[in-house]
Every structure is written in C-alpha cells, then in structure tokens.
Ligand binder design. Sequence first.
Ligand code: PLP
Length: 281
Amino acid sequence: MSTSGENKETRVRAALSIAGLDPSGGAGLIADVRTFDHLGVHPMGVASSITFQSTRGVTGRYDLPPGEVRAQLDTLYEDRRPDAVKTGMLGSAAVMQEVAGFVKEREARMLVVDPVIESGDGAPLLGKGGLSKMVELLLPLAALVTPNVKEASAICGFDVFEVSDIEAAALWIVKAGAGAVLVTGARREDEGGAIATDVYFDGRKFRVMDSPWIEGERIHGTGCVLSAAVTAFLASGVQLPTAVERAREVVRSAILGAVRVGSGTACADPTSFKETAGETA
Ligand code: PLP
C-alpha cells in the first residue's frame, strides 16, 4: 500500500469522460467514473447534459450550453491533460461541435467515442442534427468508436443484423475517419445456444469476437461501462486491441454482477470485474 506522500510525487494516470449525468448512477458520467476508478485510473468528468432519470427510465434532459461545456474543459486542461478521453451522451449538435472542436485543438489522441443516440428504452439522448455532426466532426478524431448494432445502423443508414452487415458498418465508420471500431451486441443463434457477437475492425483486419449470450432482462449502462473500460485501459498504457479485449471482460462481469438499484432496470456493476493476476498494464 502506498503512502499519501508517494501518491503526490507520482503523477497519477487520469481518464476523462465527457458525458451526461444519469442521477440513478447506472449509466453516463457516474458509471464512467466508477469504471475508471475500479480499473485504477483517476476519474475526471465533464458534464454535457443533465438527464432526469431513474432506473424506471428517462423523463427529460437539460443539455448544457456549449460554452459551459467548453469552460469545464478549458479549466481542466489548463491544469492537467488526461491520458485518455471518452465521449458519451453529448446531448445536442452544438455540444457535439464544441467538443469536437476542443478535441481537435488539444490533440486528444486517445479518444474513445461512444455514439449515444437514445437510451435502451428509446428516450432520445441526442438532439436534432447531432448525428450528422457526430459523423462529420467527431468520428474522424476517434481512436475507437463503440456503437451497438442499433447505433451502428443509425450512423450508417442501413440495417445491421448479420455479421456481414456489421462488417459493412465497421468499414463505413472507419471510412468516415475513425481509427478503429467495435460494433457490439449482435445476437446470433448457434447449435449450442445464443451467442453475443462483437466485431472489431482497425481498418485492416476484422476480428469477430463471440461469447455466450447472457440471458435475462436488459441491463442499464452496459455501453457506458464498455467504452469507459477501454478508455481506462488506454489511459493505463494498454494498446488498443488488448484494451478492447479486456473491456469486453469488464462488461461481461458488470452484466453478470448487475445490481438492483430501484424498481426498474437493473444496472451494470463495473466493480464486479476482478483483475486476474499478471494483467496490469
Ligand atoms: N443516460 C445517460 C446519461 C447515458 O449516457 C446513457 C447511455 O449511454 C443512457 C442513459 C442509456 O443507457 P442504457 O442504454 O444502458 O439504458
């Protein structure tokens, strides 16, 4: 165990989430911060939107004015530039544009973009014009984009179900300028049962990653935990393909260990993940 003196002398690795506040703690900034902290990097958070939300669903949202998001970022960066950054729910086209402009100016190279468009139960989390701004301005700056199949379909403008569609979507997103893409959550049936397929594409090779489908109710916050875990591993110095593999393990543990917080949807719990020996960065 280190003393507080040692901690002050060694500059801690830090990851930043620019995302929405989900007051229930199941998704958004709070889920990201819990994931960063659990994976051993100092959590930083910039709020882009405040949602009115419980585990029963989203009843509304207040998107911060872009200048206020910018002021949070400027103030933070004047002091400390994080080692990796993720964006989650950005809320509006104006904030999308502001955040993309900031990332471009500050050369935040380790950028993970979770392209949040709506909540799992269909509440809109991105306003009018936000999607086209995301494609035009934010995707070209991303080291990794992490859409689920529904988000991939909205981004690319075609249905994404089969592995061939997922590969086409991944290619589309890399052509839009992203360094790499992880499309998640495709459900396939196999002789042995249902399979969850994720496809990783870095512009050269497709990697199809299967794991047994975890049956049961929908779990809140899985996309946030996945992209936050990749960001935390990148901030720790882990290379992108390994960061993606390990983040998939984190999200699997978070689903298996999901907690009942309120009377609605159960929440992914990133603290269920246990690091196996020899896996630190
Ligand atoms: N609320 C916020 C602030 C989010 O960022 C997200 C997802 O990214 C959600 C809600 C939706 O989470 P889920 O789709 O897991 O229910």
